[in-house]
Design a binder for this molecule. Structure first.
Ligand code: SAH
Length: 244
């Protein structure tokens, strides 16, 4: 797709999603470049099931951009299960003030994200290839981030145990969920409490795809109000078998 066509699709979609403030020439150029790098890599490894640019803009870029306003200025962010770089890459493009660490257990995805960040000159991205529940035991990881994000990794009752231990007291877990978010939240409430979290905001959003389609999203913000007890996170087998 030519740059001009991409640009008009991008502008229309971001405007319809209430993200007008993120539309700049530089951001559009970076997203255009990212789209090409991603689709090129997608022919040799599985990064995205969404291949049409008309869908990539809403379902990957606008979807991830929607959480930007929940992230305080100059935050140190960790994205658990970043896969092919969502939300790591879009967040870093639109928020030059934040540091983002993309974490994923699949090494080749992490390598792709690191290479892409380098090409796009997103030098405030760093990457780590590891499982979250193991990485937490590395010195300087536990409770060292202002914000944790995570998209499409696990149900919230499991995800909370993987993510909340990374946040400093006073920091936030910004959860991206589809329509099932409310139900997942009910199931996860008990665990969130035990892990030191407190739900401070649950917001329903409509993601505009095109004239005929929208999708429901729920953004949940959990504040870390006390330090996570040392026994969490447990090993993954236990987390999965017996969620908190
Ligand atoms: N966040 C990306 C990828 C979602 S796919 C997106 O929204 O497109 C889920 C990713 O989570 C996979 O890449 C998988 O390798 C990773 N993952 C699953 N469990 C994990 C864990 N315990 N620690 C780190 N990464 C994990």
């Amino acid at each position: 797709m030519e740059f001009e066509s991409f640009q008009s699709l991008f502008i229309k979609n971001f405007e319809c999603n209430g993200l007008k403030n993120l539309i700049t020439e530089e951001n559009i150029e970076k997203f255009y470049h990212l789209t090409h790098l991603m689709l090129e890599k997608n022919s040799v490894m599985n990064i995205t099931a969404i291949k049409e640019i008309e869908k990539i803009i809403p379902l990957h870029y606008a979807d991830c951009a929607m959480i930007a306003s929940y992230i305080p200025k100059n935050s140190k962010v960790v994205d658990i299960g970043c896969g092919g770089g969502f939300p790591t890459l879009p967040l870093s493009i639109i928020r030059s003030d934040i540091l983002v660490t993309g974490v994923d257990s699949t090494d080749k995805k992490v390598r792709y994200v690191a290479e892409t960040a380098k090409i796009l000159k997103l030098d405030r991205i760093s990457t780590i290839s590891a499982r979250a529940e193991e990485l937490i035991n590395t010195p300087q990881m536990r409770e060292s981030f202002d914000v944790v994000t995570s998209r499409a990794v696990a149900r919230l009752n499991i995800l909370s145990e993987l993510c909340i231990p990374f946040i400093k007291t006073g920091g936030y877990f910004v959860v991206m969920k589809g329509a099932a978010g409310h139900e997942e939240l009910e199931e996860a409430k008990n665990g969130i409490d035990k892990l030191g979290g407190r739900i401070i905001c649950v917001e329903n959003k409509k993601l505009f795809i095109d004239e005929n389609n929208t999708e429901n999203r729920v953004i949940i913000v959990i504040e870390k109000v006390f330090s996570t007890p040392q026994q969490y996170p447990r090993q993954f087998g236990q987390i999965k078998k017996k969620p908190l």
